[in-house]
Design a protein around this ligand. Sequence first.
Ligand SMILES: CC(=O)N[C@H]1[C@@H](OP(=O)(O)OP(=O)(O)OC[C@H]2O[C@@H](n3ccc(=O)[nH]c3=O)[C@H](O)[C@@H]2O)O[C@H](CO)[C@H](O)[C@@H]1O
Ligand SMILES: [Mn+2]
Length: 313
Amino acid sequence: MEKKNVYQLHEQVKCLLFFLLNHFDHRLLYDQPSASVGRTDVASVTPWSAPIIWEGTFDPTLIDSIYKQQNLTIATTAFALGKYTRFVKDFLESAEEHYFVGFRVHYYLFTDQPESVPEVKMGENRSLTVLKVQSLNRWQDISMKRMEKLEKLIENELSSEVYDYIFCLDIDGKFYGRWGAESLGRLVGVIHPWFYNVPRNQFTYERRPESLAYIPAGEGDYYYAGAAFGGTLEDVLHLTKTCSKQLKIDAANSIEALWQEESHLNKYFLLNKPSKLLSPEYMWRSISEGAAQIKIVRFTSVPKNYAEVRPNT
Ligand SMILES: CC(=O)N[C@H]1[C@@H](OP(=O)(O)OP(=O)(O)OC[C@H]2O[C@@H](n3ccc(=O)[nH]c3=O)[C@H](O)[C@@H]2O)O[C@H](CO)[C@H](O)[C@@H]1O
Ligand SMILES: [Mn+2]
C-alpha cells in the first residue's frame, strides 16, 4: 500500500516536472521509448509494416509536438439523411471535445435537410459547411452513394493546398476519447469492431465472384469498417473514385455487394494496403460494451433501432 503511494507520488511529481519543463523551457520531456517492451496483448504492426494504433503505442504529447509544427488542416466528412439528422448534434459536440483538438478542422456535412442542422459552438480554427443532397429512400443507396459524393467533393471542392488530410466518418457516432494526430497517414483504415479477433473465413467480405468486391476464401488481411477511413486528399480521392466506379459497374450488372461500399472498401484495402491502421478503439461497438484489448473508447456507434431510424428494412 505504502509502496503504491510512493509510486503514485513519484508519477505525479514526474508529470508536474514534465509539464513545467515543457511549458517554460523549450525542451520536450517524455518517457524513454523502449525497443524491447510494448503491448503484448495486441499486434501493433501489420505484415507490411504499417503501424496499428492502440492505446499505449504512442505518446500523445510527443505526437502533438511533432504534428503541430506542420500547421495541418483536416477535412472531415459525414452524411445525415432522413432520420439520421438526429445524430448530428452529439457527433459535432463530442468531436469538438475530442477530435483533433488544437488543429484546424473543417467539417463537411451532407444532408437532405440543411434546415435541421443544429447550431454547434465551434472552437477556434474549426468550421462547418453544410451541403444539400437529394433524399434517397433506401439506406443501402444512402450508404453507397457516399463514395461518389466524396469523390466529387475532393475532386471539385477541396484543394490540397488547403487540406492536408481527410477523414470520412459515419454520423451515428460519438467521441468519448482522444482522436488525434496519431491517426494521420497517407491511407488509413479502421479495423472493424466485430472482426478484430476473428479468422478471415468468417469476415463478411463479398463472396460472389460476380461482384467487383469479391474476395475469395483464404484471402484478405483484416476486416475494415466502412464507418471510418481517411488519408491524404490524393489517396482518398483514388479510393473513393475506385470504389464509386466499382459500385456503378456492380449496379449495372444488377449485383449489390453484401455490405455495399464497405465490401468495396475492403477489396480496395486488400489491393491497396493502408499505410496506417487504427484499432477498434477508433470505431467501437457501443459505449456500454467492453473487451480486454480495449483500454479506451475513442469513437463509438450510438445504439439505434434500425427499423425505426432507417427508411427501409
Ligand atoms: C461500423 C461500420 O463500419 N458500419 C457500417 C455498417 O453499418 P451501420 O449500422 O454503421 O450503417 P449506418 O446505418 O450507420 O449507415 C451508414 C451511414 O450512412 C448514413 N445514413 C444511413 C441511413 C440513413 O437513413 N441516413 C443516413 O444518413 C449515415 O451517415 C450513417 O452513419 O454498414 C453500412 C452499410 O454498408 C456502412 O458500411 C457502415 O459504415
Ligand atoms: Mn453507422
